[in-house]
Design a protein around this ligand. Structure first.
Ligand code: GCO
Ligand code: ZN
Length: 299
């Protein structure tokens, strides 16, 4: 039995930390602070953080094959030239309400950037329902809207054989699956693969391990679950000293550490005093499983 250790490694807090991605070539972790409006890059070797301010709320950041990053920010996809610290619009969403914003996103195994939207929250979890959509930015910069009526578009992942797309609309309290057509990026045949239990609260970001199991961040649940999407069962629970756990990714040597983001937005002084590490990024070691390298946007 391995011994699991949870440690707060990024102490500079995020209001809403999200979208962690491990960069193998530099040994760095990129992530966003959604409402803090920044994209950040943390180097564990030096413990230095570089940040770039965004104009609007930034839902997610992904690596780009040609260098730099792509972000889903406000209602646009934009490229980030990290060297020059410059953000440039790739495409603005057409027909998206200005009261919406991008949330979580991830690149598929063919280099397409999937990201969804939601209404801007009045307070965490309080928002106009069914306003969001799921989009894909293709490498040729066309944008496809897959479906709308989403409450809070969140975690995305692909099965190891690339034939299934996993997706979370948070307020459905489920993890869903679609058949995935890797050649076109098309999705079909939606079904539920996991239903959250009450104390697991709101499903948020997620990632996959090399055994095809999903790690699901539980917002207001202070935990990450390992679930088996084949059987719909929970295999493991890892708890954190912060309730608002937002997302996770594998990283570090051989992708054997789990990096977990969190949020302190909406917490009062009493809650902050009880959870002084809310907003940190945690590292979980000793899980005995590994993740897979992230994909990069191909356009
Ligand atoms: O982290 C995210 O994906 C959203 O941007 C957050 O705002 C929370 O999910 C939300 O507040 C939960 O209700
Ligand atoms: Zn999220």
């Amino acid at each position: 039995m391995s011994s699991i250790k949870v440690e707060c490694v990024v102490k500079e807090k995020c209001e809403i930390g999200e979208s962690p991605v491990w960069e193998e070539k530099d040994g760095t972790l990129i992530y966003v602070d959604i409402s803090g409006q920044r994209v950040s890059r943390w180097n564990p070797a030096t413990n230095k953080i570089q940040s770039l301010r965004t104009e609007k709320y930034v839902g997610s950041v992904v690596p780009r094959k040609s260098g730099g990053y792509v972000i889903a920010e406000g209602t646009r996809f934009a490229s980030v030239d990290w060297e020059r610290q410059k953000i440039t619009t790739i495409v603005n969403l057409k027909g998206e309400k200005s009261t919406n914003r991008f949330n979580d996103g991830k690149v598929d195994p063919a280099g397409r950037f999937f990201a969804g939207t939601m209404a801007i929250e009045v307070r965490p979890g309080e928002l106009e329902r069914k306003q969001g959509s799921l989009y894909t930015l293709y490498p040729n910069h066309t944008v496809v809207n897959h479906f709308d009526e989403v409450d809070i578009s969140n975690g995305l992942e692909w099965s190891l054989d690339h034939r299934t797309f996993y997706y979370i609309d948070s307020l459905a309290y489920t993890v869903d699956a679609f058949d995935y057509d890797l050649s076109t990026g098309g999705i079909s045949n939606r079904r539920v693969v996991y239903k959250m239990e009450k104390e697991e609260a709101i499903p948020d970001g997620m990632c996959i391990d090399t055994e095809g199991k999903l790690w699901v961040a539980c917002y207001n649940g202070g935990r990450v679950l390992r679930i088996d999407p084949q059987t719909g069962t929970r295999l493991q629970t890892v708890k954190f000293p912060a309730e608002k756990i937002t997302s996770c990714c594998f990283g570090g040597k051989d992708y054997s550490d789990l990096y977990v983001t969190s949020s302190y937005k909406g917490m009062d002084d009493a809650a902050m005093a009880k959870q002084p590490q809310a907003g940190c990024i945690f590292k979980v070691t000793g899980l005995g499983v590994k993740g897979i390298p992230p994909y990069s946007f191909a356009g």
